[in-house]
Design a protein around this ligand. Structure first.
Ligand code: NAP
Length: 460
């Protein structure tokens, strides 16, 4: 093999199909050698392929096409062709030069020699993800745009229906229609949607007056590499980047605000009060305990392992215990709170809540933040000791952090100095890679996380 030659990995079409395509209708080969220099005198281009688009029409090309058609079938034994994005590594074409990015019809292979480069589109805008040229800025995008605007000739206020509405074309037609002021309904074949959750992101394009390209934001985003957010007013712009950005998934995001408003607004704490926190080493619990200590309270936390118990003590909790090793939760609480509990920050529910009710002091407060022990039960456990609320005049109140979003700037003003001065320690449990997201999520419900569980999709 000459110096500038490499083995070209290719996906080869095996033979014409009937029915749905199967993986076995294609196979990989590295048999072909390709030169990374164009043949002398060629006016073609040599491409290093980057993104390959999967499109419904490719199924048609895998069948024998009878009669007149806009399509030509694939040839058995040859490389699959489709839309894609590529980088030019050599060019004999006057308008395309080495280093340019292009999109158009390329091979499902590492390198493609294109002898008709005039059929390729040169990419002039590289400030958006290059993969967009297989979709919104490529054939599906143009299809949606001209199909809706030129063929449908829509008017504001019209009623629009889109089938296959979650696909590459359909999702854009629906959004173009919304931008026109139409009423839009889409149909799709599954309820499948990308997982949504709290996250931190960098803005790569924006149509919102207060959020610009390059800004960082936190809020509800997709578990995906890139998210198109159509309601950006629900995102929080990140103004302080002198702390780790990941903190906006935790101490400076929803868990932090939850701990802050749940403790300060719902529990209405006073110096010297006796505070109990369950799931205390988690994202919310570790902060509630530290806020309570900063207020001058006595704080005990419960957690599910000895490692977490040790961590709580390092974080400044006065006491901590492993609830899994306590056969009698009532007795355990009496041991740590002989005088009773003024404030219970409830994260787990079930048996723990019942035991806490027996140990509350007069005029105590219970903030119901969550009940993680109940989330995956078919039948929620009953709570027997509710009469204690009456006897002890205890206020038990549920709260949802979203109602407290207007408190966010007050919260930041209070908590950022604590972080900068090292008065609060914040523990994160970091997993690298979107592909490890599902296992990270499952760890939470098994208590395997130590601190705030989060997933890194990309380091800035
Ligand atoms: N009200 C709101 O607006 C709001 C907002 C955010 C979060 N929340 C709630 O706040 C609570 C804490 O959330 P987080 O983000 O801080 O989670 P987290 O505590 O970081 O993680 C969940 C923890 O719960 C514990 N756990 C899991 N299954 C359990 C079970 N069956 N019994 C007892 N403990 C169990 C595990 O710790 P152990 O090893 O210690 O068992 C696990 O690490 C959750 O209930 C959540 O739903 C409420």
């Amino acid at each position: 093999m000459a110096e500038e030659e490499v083995k070209n990995k290719q996906v080869i079409f095996r033979d014409y199909i009937t029915g749905l395509p199967k993986e076995s209708d294609m196979h990989m080969t590295t048999d072909k050698i390709i030169s990374l220099k164009l043949p002398k005198g060629s006016n073609g281009v040599l491409l290093k392929n980057l993104y390959l688009s999967c499109d419904p029409y490719m199924q048609i090309l895998m069948k024998t096409i009878e009669g007149p058609s806009v399509f030509t079938s694939y040839t058995p034994g040859s490389v699959i062709m489709g839309h894609g994005v590529a980088k030019v590594i050599d060019s004999g074409h006057p308008n395309i030069k080495k280093g340019d990015f292009v999109w158009g019809t390329i091979g499902w292979e590492e390198y493609s020699l294109i002898t008709t480069p005039e059929a390729l589109f040169k990419i002039d805008h590289t400030d958006v993800p290059l993969s967009y040229y297989t979709g919104i800025l490529g054939t599906p995008g143009l299809t949606a745009y001209v199909g809706f605007h030129e063929v449908c000739t829509p008017k504001k206020g019209e009623y629009v229906f889109v089938s296959a509405a979650s696909g590459a074309v359909g999702q854009l037609v629906g959004q173009f229609a919304k931008l026109m002021g139409c009423y839009v309904v889409g149909s799709a074949g599954t309820q499948e949607k990308v997982i949504m959750g709290n996250g931190v992101a960098k803005v790569i394009d924006s149509g919102h007056p207060n959020i610009k390209k390059g800004d960082f934001v936190w809020g509800t985003i997709g578990w995906e590499e890139y998210s198109l957010i159509t309601t950006p007013e629900a995102l929080f712009k990140i103004d302080h980047t002198d702390v780790p950005l990941s903190y906006y998934t935790g101490i400076l995001g929803t868990p932090g605000l939850t701990a802050y408003v749940g403790f300060h607004e719902v529990c209405t704490p006073k110096k010297g009060e006796y505070v109990f926190v369950s799931a205390a080493s988690g994202a919310v619990g570790q902060l509630v305990g530290q806020f309570a200590k900063l207020m001058g309270c006595y704080v005990v936390g419960s957690a599910g392992t000895q490692e977490k118990v040790d961590l709580l003590k390092k974080l400044g909790f006065d006491e901590a215990f492993n609830y899994k090793e306590e056969h009698d939760l009532d007795a355990a609480l009496k041991r740590y709170f002989p005088q009773g509990i003024d404030i219970y920050f409830e994260n787990v529910g079930g048996k723990m809540l019942d035991a806490v009710l027996l140990n509350m002091r007069n005029y105590g407060r219970i903030a119901i933040c969550g009940m993680v022990s109940q989330y995956n039960l078919e039948e929620p456990e009953g709570v027997k000791n509710l009469m204690q609320l009456l006897y002890k005049r205890v206020r038990m109140e549920g709260f949802v952090v979203f109602d407290y979003h207007p408190h966010y700037s007050k919260f930041l003003a209070s908590v950022l100095p604590y972080i900068r001065e090292g008065k609060i320690t914040y523990v994160e449990d970091i997993v690298e890679g979107l592909e490890n997201g599902p296992s990270a999520l499952v760890r939470l419900f098994r208590g395997r996380n130590v601190g705030k569980q989060l997933v890194v999709v990309a380091h800035e």
